[in-house]
Design a protein around this ligand. Structure first.
Ligand code: PHE
Length: 337
């Protein structure tokens, strides 16, 4: 065998190396302690003096050539890697990639809701951060002596104003100022003095629908909820309405959502899943209408409200509510629109 013949092949392999790691491995396999060329050179010792001379010489030459070639390649790779590292500098003036725009999960569900209800003829409102004791409680049939005040651990300001505990705090304002018939949707952040854990935060997002017209009944409420939920989930989810207490609706109800491990499990035909408390609703209490100078004999209405934070957790399988406010890039960049 003439070692010269190996040269072109070895050169081609060296040329194909792309990383320092590869290069070191290849160098070891060839000229390392147990490398192929090293082994060949060792074997030369057992050959005849004549062969020793010629083969030994050309093997040594080959080894020197290979090492020079590897050194050249190593320099090349090191320079290349340095360049790539420099290129990692982020140029803030480059426009973001057009695909995969990210948005906060709460923003995504908010725009979904707005999109759905505006098509249904609702006007869209935002509830205030700070509201009055009257709007948050009294106007909603919860006078100061009423035990229902304790249902929501409220942040009180010094002047009897409060951080809104519910988007329902907009009801009186809407009933008073907007022409009837009324279809309004309120979005807003609400605040409760909760002990923070994986499912409770002191601030979360709610939405609230309020409809007032003549001869409104529970059928209208149920139909509206069905349409909104179907649009939201992309299929008609299975839900149940059961009695629930909210002082500003009569009758009051809670809507439980049947929640399965996959979208198809959430439909009526599937048996797998469990009930999740999802929203409060009911027919607007006559006292609430009276507080806004509306005659309950003439008008009736329904209201429903639910947590958008909760909805986002359900939709995206987010198990810890604190993630929404932590501003972690690893969390946020998962939500593309
Ligand atoms: N405001 C209620 C809550 O925060 C939800 C609700 C809204 C209930 C409208 C009935 C009607 O729990």
């Amino acid at each position: 065998m003439n070692p010269e013949q190996l040269k072109p092949q070895i050169h081609a392999w060296i040329a194909a190396l792309t990383s320092l790691k590869q290069l070191i491995e290849y160098r070891n396999s060839l000229v390392g302690k147990k490398g192929t060329l090293t082994e060949m050179l060792k074997n030369v010792a057992s050959l005849s003096p004549e062969e020793k001379k010629t083969l030994g010489k050309s093997l040594n030459e080959l080894r020197a050539d290979v090492e020079a070639e590897l050194a050249k390649k190593e320099k090349e790779i090191r320079e290349q890697e340095l360049k790539t590292a420099e290129n990692r500098f982020i140029d803030m003036t480059v426009p973001a990639k057009s695909h995969g725009r990210t948005q906060h999960p709460i923003k995504i569900v908010q725009s979904d809701i707005i999109d759905i209800v505006t098509r249904m003829g609702f006007s869209v409102w935002r509830s205030p951060t700070v509201t009055t004791e009257f709007d948050n409680f009294d106007a909603l049939n919860i006078p100061s002596w009423h035990p229902a005040r304790d249902m929501q651990d409220t942040f009180w300001l010094t002047d009897r104003r409060v951080l809104a505990t519910q988007t329902s705090c907009m009801q009186n304002h809407l009933l008073r100022t907007q022409p009837k018939p009324l279809r309004a949707m309120v979005l807003g952040s609400v605040y409760r003095n909760e002990k923070i854990d994986a499912t409770h935060d002191i601030a979360f997002e709610q939405v609230e629908g309020l409809v007032v017209d003549k001869n409104i009944n529970i059928g209208h409420l149920k139909g509206t909820i069905t349409t909104i939920l179907t649009e939201l989930f992309g299929y008609e989810p299975r839900f149940r309405m059961r009695p629930g207490y909210f002082p500003f609706v009569e009758p009051g109800m809670e809507v439980d959502l049947w929640w399965g491990s996959s979208a198809s499990d959430g439909t009526a035909s599937s048996g797998k899943g469990r009930w999740l408390e999802f929203m409060g609703c009911g027919l607007v209490h006559p006292n609430v209408l009276r507080q806004a100078d509306i005659d309950p004999e003439e008008y009736s209405g329904f209201a429903f409200g639910f947590g958008l934070t909760r909805l986002a957790m359900i939709r995206y399988g987010i198990s810890d509510i604190r993630l929404f406010h932590e501003n972690k890039i690893e969390f946020l960049e998962q939500f593309t629109v």
